[in-house]
Each structure stands twice: as C-alpha cells, then as structure tokens.
Design a protein around this ligand. Structure first.
Ligand code: ADP
Ligand code: MG
Length: 850
C-alpha cells in the first residue's frame, strides 16, 4: 500500500485507537487522503475478505502495524463486499481541511453500514425491503420493531413468544438486534447484541417521544400493552442513531401493526403455500407473488409483497380493496391510464429518504423531479376510485422548484456536467458566461496567433500541470514572437505561454472553481427543499404504492379470469370451480381441472383421499391460496367464492412429502402439528397434507385420526385433510361434521387417467395395490398383497398363506418359474427388458397351468 508522506507516528495511531475503541464490532475504514486504511486486526480481516495485500508500517514505536487500504474512489464496491459478507463497516472521514488543520487532522465516523442498515442503491433490492429488526422477549410475550433505513418505514408489533419466528420469517431481516443474553434466533441474519437496559420500556419511551417530538407514546398510537414492542423500538432507534451520527431525518413515526386486523400466517404456511418464495429454488416464478406481480414501481412491488405476507382479517378494509380492484378490473381504459402514469414513477420512497438524509446526488433529485411530474396523471386515473384520489398530494410545489432548478439530465456526481439549470441563479449564470467567454477567447486565440506568426501548425492546448499553452514545432522555432515565454520543452516541440493567455486562463479556472462552489450550494438547497418535505413525499409514495398494487390485482383478475370473492363474518367457505393460481399457469390454458369445495357448519372437516398424483395436495393448497388472496384484497381463481373471514391459516405437510427440507424429521412434523392444535381457533382454516406420514402406517393413521378428532371436538375449525390413509375415511361414520371426498382416477385398459376431479365419498381402498397391478406386478403378488392387507386391516398378525400350493410363485419345491424368477438381476434390468422378462414368466406360468 502506498502512503507517501503519511505520518504513522503515535498521535495519529492514538486518534485511530480512540475511534476504534468505539467501534469494536465493525471494520473501521480510516480516511487518510485518497485512501481508506484499515489497521491491525481490521487490516487482517479486511484484507482477507477483500483479497487485498496486507502490508505493514512502522508506526513510530517498535512494533509493526498491519495495514491494508482501499482507494476512496472505489470504496463503495469494497464496502458492499464487506457488508455482503456480514461485516459492519464504520466509515471514518477527515472532518476538517487537512490544509488548515493544526496537528493531526480531526476525524470522525460519519456512518456505520451494516447488513441491516444500508442506504446505498447497490446494497438494496428494488422490489424488497431491507429490514433491521429488534426483538424484545418477555414471559410468553415479545415485542418487535422493524425499520427499513432506505425507505424510512418503522413498524412495531406485539407478539406471543411462539409467533416470533413467524414474524422474523415475514420481515426476513438482514440483521436482528437482541438484548445481551437473549436466545439467538434460527434466522440466518446477522445477530447484533445490545445491552439489556437499552430495551427498557421506560427509557425507550423517552427516546421515542424525544426523537419523534411527541408528548407521549399515545401520540404514536402505542399503548401500555405494547411495552415490549416499545422497548424493542427504543433499542432499535438507539442503535440506528449510533449507525447514522448524521441523524435520521427520514425515519417515520413507528406504526403499530396489530394482530387483530391481520390474517395470521406462520412461517411454514407461507412456505408450503409458496406465497413469495418457491419451495424449490429453481422454481423462480412459481409463487403466488410471481403470478400476481404486475406492479410497475419499486414501491408497488414492495407493498404487494407486504400485502401477501400480511393479509387482512377486517371485513371493511378488505372490502375497500375489492371495490377498487373491481372498478379497475372492469375498466381497462382506466387501468391502462393508471399503469402508464405509474410507469414513470421511480422509487419515490427511497429517493425522498436519500434527500432527507442529505445523500441524494443530482441524478437522484432529477429522478425525484421526473417522478413528481407523473403524479397528476396518477391522481387523475384514481379519480372516483373510492376516494383514493382524495387528499392525494401531487407534490406540485416541490416539482416546480426542482424543475426550475435542475438541469434536464443532472449528472450522478456534482461537477461532471451542469447540475443547475441556467436561468435559475444569476450568479451562476454570470460565472458560466465568464468561463465560456474565456474558453471561447482561448479557442479563438489559435486562429489569431496562426495568422500573426504565419505558423500553420501552431496549436493551443491544455494540461493539468502547465495549464493552457501554445505549442510550436522545433522547425518553426525561428518564427516565435518575442512576447512568448517558453514553459516546456518536448522532443519535437516547445510550449509557450503569453501574458494574455495566462490572464484568460486565470479567468476560466477561477470561474470554474466558483461555479463548482455555487452549484454545490444551490444543489444542497434544492436537496433540502426535497428533504424538508419528506413526510409528504412518503405519504404520496404510499398512495402510489397502493394504487400500483390495486392495479396489479385488477390486471391479474381481468387476465386470469379471477372473480370477486364475497366475504362475510361467518363460517362458510364455498368455492365454485376453484383453481390453483400457480399450477394452472404452468399448464396450457383450460387444462387445469377446476373443483368445487364447500366447508360449513355441517361440513367442518373434509377428508380428501385418492391415489398418489391424483391432485390432493393441489386442491388443498388452492383453497388456502383462495382465502389468502381474498383477504389480501385480490380476486380469486374461481367462478364464484364466498369466504367467511379466517383469522389464522395453517398449512402443514407431512414429513416425507416435504422434499425441500431434505433432512426433515417426524419430530418436526409433530411439533408443527402441536403448534396448530394450540393456536387454531374456530375461525381458523387448517390444511393438513399427509400428516402422520413420517412414521409407520399404524402410528401415522393413529396420530392422524386423533388430530382430526381433536379438531372436530375441541377446536371446531374448518379443516381439509389430504391423506393416502383411506382408513381415515371411517371418521365420517363416527363424527357428524366430517365429510369424505376423493380425487377421482379413471382406468382405461392398462392406464390410469388422473381426472383431478374432486367428488363425494372416500377413495377406493385398494388404490395402492390397484396401481401396482396396473404397473405389471404379477397377479400372484397382487393377490397376496390383497390378502395381507385384509389381514392387517382385520387387526391380525399376518399368517403364512393358508394354502401354500395356491401361491404358485412359491411352491414348496422349486419349479422352473421360481428358478427363472430367482435368476433375474432386478437392479440390472432396463424397463424394456423387465417387460420382456415378465412376458416370459407369464408364458412359463401358463404352460404350468395347462
Ligand atoms: P397428490 O397430492 O394427490 O399426490 P398432487 O396434488 O401433488 O397429487 O398433484 C399431482 C400433479 O397433478 C400436479 O403436479 C399437477 O400437475 C396435477 N394436477 C393436480 N391437480 C390438478 C388439476 N385440478 N387439474 C390439472 N392437473 C392437476
Ligand atoms: Mg400430495
């Protein structure tokens, strides 16, 4: 590492160590001129993480100090790499001008970037929030606070302890803040431990009221029962303030998200229904989000994800969304107008946040201006849409200021080209005239001097060291006028200046310096015009996001033939010709077979049987998705839908069906089932897919039976139970509110045709053996299997076959058939050979019968 002239003597290292002591858990990037340096252990860790060469310097004392540095110009990419690897990075700047500083230049940490606290675009995903979450744990209860530094969102929730994991899975934080000694979470996020007192509700209340300038917590809509959530919010705020010493002007007041109005989804349900993430990573768009997402703005994309992760449970709120979707779905012209108005709106939320945090660059402000320009059209398209346009703030005043002040295409970095529009500021205009006049004079000088000296090859040029010069080849040296002063000698030419040239040069360069200073001032004031309006920008961004999501729902409704669900506060769930919105998209149109599903007070538990691949899991999931979509505000994939609002939705998949988890165990399956039985209420919807499958048949049937019975007798919730244990169909006889359904298959010749059609009644009990027969298992084996099954079902031990000679395959003395059979190397057969061999065996057997 090159550190020309940098003094590593003790005072500097002292300053370094003082600052480092306050940022022990971060890698400290210590600004020294054009480099950020890392020292000591940071240098070792940082160099390894970034693939840099580690050097060392004598720091004045005897010991060598390990050292590694990155150029300031390329720092952003190094910071990104470190943060992506899970490090916290403290950025320490020189905070006084080195030229005027006495002694060691003052330095201070201006920002700590962590995986959960990022503002730079290259560390953010457009359609997804980056949450930093704090969790406070109490006895049986918990409080959670989540903030997105890039957008300013701040949410608090109070939870029961068992809901914490589900909540973490919902926010999917990049970093989790917990008190010292609190149990680490299973989440892969970076864990940040803070001192326990920071979570103290009383201290936190002070912190919050002071920061958000309100008299009391009630002013923030928080209540006494929110104590743990308040503690978490306080700890989070304190941590964020440490990471951002420049302040948090864009952080919004915390919004309390209450369980009451929300359809509770646990982590497994979200995963099993593939709401936002596919079970198998390669199935990128095979999620509900993938099918429904037609948003055109980043805010819309983020909000849609949030709506799907937090569907509503409040009739009026859901109705408002459905009203708007209905209107937009039925009016294509308006939908087009809205979408095309939204299309030009950039990330208002993050652009506004960056302006407020004084981080916006000229291009960001340009994007803000261009986005604001679209807002009147968005508002017009929302007119008459159930009040969505009422109070819609098109930010016209800010738009006008930015339009007047900013050049058409402002540069990413100040000074790369004009940032401020000409005509906006008289001083700047004057300076530009001066600069341009000087440049023009110099440009014209070449022609004039050529004429004066008669040297046709005379050139006027510029370089950083000597400034403007006149270059004349050595051959023409004799014609050089007396007023030229020689400055530089090259191999074939000499370079000169004249007093006149120097004079104009001073004017040009002086003007450029002044222009830079003035532009910086003007830009800062434009940025502050935006920054001070942050609350209004965020409010409008939220309206835009909601409009975008509603338009997206409407587009899906119109194009995918979704229907408006009729919601009510009752028990009935009635879906006519319901489809699976994701599976149907992976098939040719009309290929998916719709099904009717009805659950009500007399049909509380539905047992769905049928052979493998019949479509049991699909029908079960499509019911869950219909409820989730309806309560999120979307229309649903059905011909008609009446849905009694559900408070909690659970979807469990039996262990061996759970492919994605790989090493899942029966224990996991059972503890998840236990959680459902504990938290389901009468208003919940429970979807159980092959529960009990992770153990032996008897165990599995017994457990499945007992679970169904408990749900019938104790919980009383709507339940669909998909199972290949046809034994469970007997539940119908014992319990009045259990109904059997099965997914039909049709046999034609040697083929099983899957009809995927749900029909009343239990499945034909012998499907497994039946399919085995169709697959070509010898009749004798099939017959014997039926016999064994009968015995097992009768509750007896399997005895030896009663009449041995009937089981021709295994006669007491070995015949030619058995010998042929034994000779087959089953593992080495191709399917084709297997068939051929089977035919031979059959011939042998028939000969024997004759
Ligand atoms: P099961 O759970 O009964 O073993 P699945 O629900 O996994 O069966 O369905 C197996 C396959 O059948 C699915 O992957 C899908 O391709 C197809 N399928 C299921 N339901 C339908 C349907 N209603 N219409 C068309 N194809 C379907
Ligand atoms: Mg299945």
């Amino acid at each position: 590492m090159t550190l020309p002239g940098i003094d590593l003597s003790t005072p500097l290292m002292q300053q370094y160590r003082e600052i480092k002591a306050r940022h022990r858990n971060a890698i400290l990037l210590f600004r020294m001129g054009d480099f950020y340096e890392m020292f000591e252990q940071d240098a070792e860790v940082g160099a390894r993480a970034l693939g840099l060469t580690l050097t060392s310097r004598n720091n004045g004392a005897a010991a060598e100090t390990p050292l590694a540095g990155v150029p300031v110009k390329a720092a952003a990419q190094y910071v990104r790499k470190l943060v992506e690897k899970g490090f916290r990075v403290a950025i320490c700047e020189q905070v006084e001008d080195p030229k005027t500083a006495k002694g060691v230049v003052k330095r201070a940490v201006v920002e700590v970037v962590t995986p959960g606290a990022v503002m730079a675009d290259d560390l953010l995903q457009e359609g997804r929030n980056t949450f930093l979450v704090a969790v406070a744990l109490g006895a049986g209860r918990a409080g959670l606070a989540a903030a997105d530094l890039s957008t300013g969102e701040f949410v608090v929730e109070r939870l029961r302890t068992e809901e914490v994991d589900a909540a973490l899975a919902r926010y999917r934080p990049s970093e989790i803040v917990v008190a010292e000694g609190a149990a680490p979470s299973a989440s892969p996020a970076l864990l940040t431990r803070r001192e326990a007192w920071e979570f103290d509700p009383a201290l936190a209340a002070d912190e919050l009221t002071r920061h958000f300038k309100v008299a009391s917590l009630e002013g923030l809509g928080l209540e006494a029962e929110d104590a743990l959530a308040v503690g978490a919010a306080g700890a989070l705020l304190r941590y964020l303030a440490e990471l951002q010493p420049g302040g948090l002007p864009h952080l919004r007041r915390p919004v309390a998200r209450r369980g009451e109005g929300i359809l509770y989804l646990d982590a497994m349900t979200r995963r099993n229904l593939e709401v936002v993430d596919p079970l198998r990573p390669e199935g990128e768009s095979a999620t509900l989000l993938g099918v429904l997402d037609r948003t055109v703005t980043p805010m819309g994309a983020r909000l849609l994800r949030q709506w799907l992760l937090h569907p509503l449970a409040d009739l009026a709120a859901i109705g408002r969304r459905h009203d708007a979707v209905a209107l937009l779905a039925g009016d294509e012209g308006r939908r087009r107008r809205l979408t095309s108005a939204l299309d030009g709106v950039r990330d208002l939320e993050r652009l506004g946040a960056r302006a407020a945090a004084r981080r916006a660059n000229p291009r960001d402000l340009g994007a803000l201006r261009d986005s604001i320009a679209r807002l009147p059209a968005v508002r017009d398209a929302l007119r008459g849409l159930y009040g969505l346009d009422e109070g819609f703030d098109a930010l016209g005043d800010l738009g006008a200021v930015l339009t007047a002040g900013l050049a058409d295409r402002p540069p990413a970095a100040l000074g790369d080209s004009d940032t401020v529009r000409s005509g906006f500021d008289a001083e700047l205009d004057g300076l530009r005239v001066l600069r341009d006049g000087g440049r023009e004079f110099i440009a014209n000088l070449q022609a004039r001097e050529r004429a004066r000296t008669g040297i046709a090859s005379l050139k006027v040029g510029y370089n950083r060291v000597f400034g403007y010069y006149i270059e004349i080849t050595k051959a023409n040296a004799a014609a050089v006028p007396a007023d030229y002063e020689r400055r530089q000698t090259l191999t074939g030419a000499e370079r000169y200046v004249t007093p006149e040239l120097k004079g104009y040069e001073a004017k040009v360069l002086g003007a450029e310096e002044e222009i830079a200073r003035r532009e910086e001032q003007l830009f800062a004031s434009l940025r502050d015009e935006a920054g001070t309006r942050i609350t209004r920008i965020q409010e409008s961004a939220a309206r835009v996001a909601a409009a975008d999501v509603l338009a997206s729902f409407a587009d899906a409704a119109a194009k995918e033939r979704y229907v408006r669900p009729f919601l009510a506060v009752d028990f009935t769930l009635d879906l006519a010709a319901c489809r699976h919105p994701v599976v149907e998209r992976m098939m040719p149109r009309e290929a998916f077979i719709p099904n009717d599903v009805r659950l009500d007070a007399t049909r509380q538990i539905m047992i769905v049987t049928g052979p493998n691949m019949a479509g049991k899991s699909t029908v079960l999931r499509q019911v869950g998705l219909a409820v989730l979509m309806a309560q999120a505000g979307s229309f649903v994939a059905a011909d008609a839908a009446a849905i009694g609002i559900v408070d909690r939705l659970f979807t469990r998949v039996g262990a061996s069906d759970d492919l994605a988890r790989g090493q899942s165990t029966f224990m996991v399956e059972m503890s998840e089932t236990a959680a459902i039985l504990h938290s389901a209420t009468r208003r919940s919807l429970v979807l159980l897919d092959e529960i009990g499958r992770g153990t032996s048949t008897y165990d599995g049937v017994a457990i499945a039976w007992a679970v169904a019975e408990y749900l019938h007798e104790q919980v009383g919730c709507k339940t669909i139970f998909a199972t290949h244990y046809h034994e469970l169909t007997q539940l119908e006889e014992r319990f009045p509110r259990v109904v059997n359904m099965n997914v039909a298959v049709h046999e034609s010749g040697d083929e099983v045709v899957f009809l995927h059609r749900l029909r009343p009644g239990g499945a034909d009990r012998s499907y497994g053996i039946h399919v085995a027969r169709l697959a070509g298992l010898p009749d004798a084996v099939v017959g014997r299997a039926r016999e064994v099954l009968g015995t097992l079902e009768a509750g007896h031990r399997v005895a030896a076959p009663a009449r041995r000679d009937q089981l021709a395959l295994f006669p007491a003395t070995e015949g030619p058939l058995a010998a042929a059979l034994k000779a087959i190397d089953v593992d080495g057969l191709t399917p084709r050979e297997a068939l051929a061999r089977l035919a031979e065996l059959q011939t042998l057997a028939r000969e024997r019968d004759r």
